[in-house]
Design a protein around this ligand. Structure first.
Ligand code: T46
Length: 133
C-alpha cells in the first residue's frame, strides 16, 4: 500500500476566487497545536531527512511545488505537491525528505504537537532500528 496519503480540501470558491478552511477534527484529523511554513528555499537545497516518533502532520504546498519522499523502512514513495487544495498526511514513524523546491514554493505544515527536538529521529540507521523493533 502506498505511503502517500492525500487529503483533498473542499474549495469555497466564488466569482472572487478560492478559499480553503482548515479545521481540527473536521478536515484535519487531529487537534492542531502548531502551524509553520517553509519558503525561500534555496536552489538545489533539500530538507527533512528525519522521522518523528509521535507527530501527525499535514503538508500543503500553497504556491509553487516540491517533492516529498516518504519511507517507512520497507518502501519509499514520492509525491510532487503543487496544489493548495491537497494535503499530504504524514503519521506514524516515517522518514521524510523534501526535494526540488521551486523558487516560489510556500509549504504550509499543520502539526499535532508543539515543537520538540526530542521527537525527531535524525539518523537513518536509528530510524531503521526503531521501525524494525
Ligand atoms: C518536518 C518537515 C516536513 C523550530 O524551532 N520550530 C518548528 O516548529 C520547526 C518545524 C523547526 N524548528 C527549528 C528546528 C531547526 O533548528 O527550525 C530549524 C529547522 O528545522 P528542520 O531542520 O527540522 O526543518 P526541515 O525543513 O528539515 O523539517 C521540517 C520539520 O522540522 C519537520 O517536522 O516533518 O519540515
Amino acid at each position: 500500500m502506498s505511503l502517500i496519503n492525500l487529503i483533498e480540501f473542499e474549495e469555497i470558491g466564488d466569482s472572487r476566487g478560492s478559499l480553503i478552511s482548515l479545521e481540527q477534527m473536521k478536515n484535519i484529523p487531529f487537534e492542531i497545536k502548531r502551524i509553520y511554513y517553509i519558503f525561500g528555499t534555496k536552489k538545489k537545497v533539500s530538507r527533512g531527512f528525519h522521522a518523528h516518533k509521535n507527530l501527525k502532520q499535514i503538508a500543503i504546498c500553497l504556491s509553487g511545488s516540491c517533492t516529498f519522499l516518504i519511507d517507512d523502512g520497507r518502501r519509499k514513495d514520492t509525491i510532487r505537491l503543487s496544489r493548495p487544495n491537497v494535503g499530504l498526511y504524514i503519521d506514524g514513524i516515517k522518514w521524510r525528505e523534501m526535494h526540488n523546491f521551486t523558487k516560489d514554493c510556500v509549504l504550509l505544515v499543520v502539526a499535532s504537537e508543539h515543537f520538540n527536538e526530542e521527537d525527531y529521529i535524525r539518523r537513518y540507521d536509528e530510524f531503521l532500528k526503531v521501525v524494525n523493533e
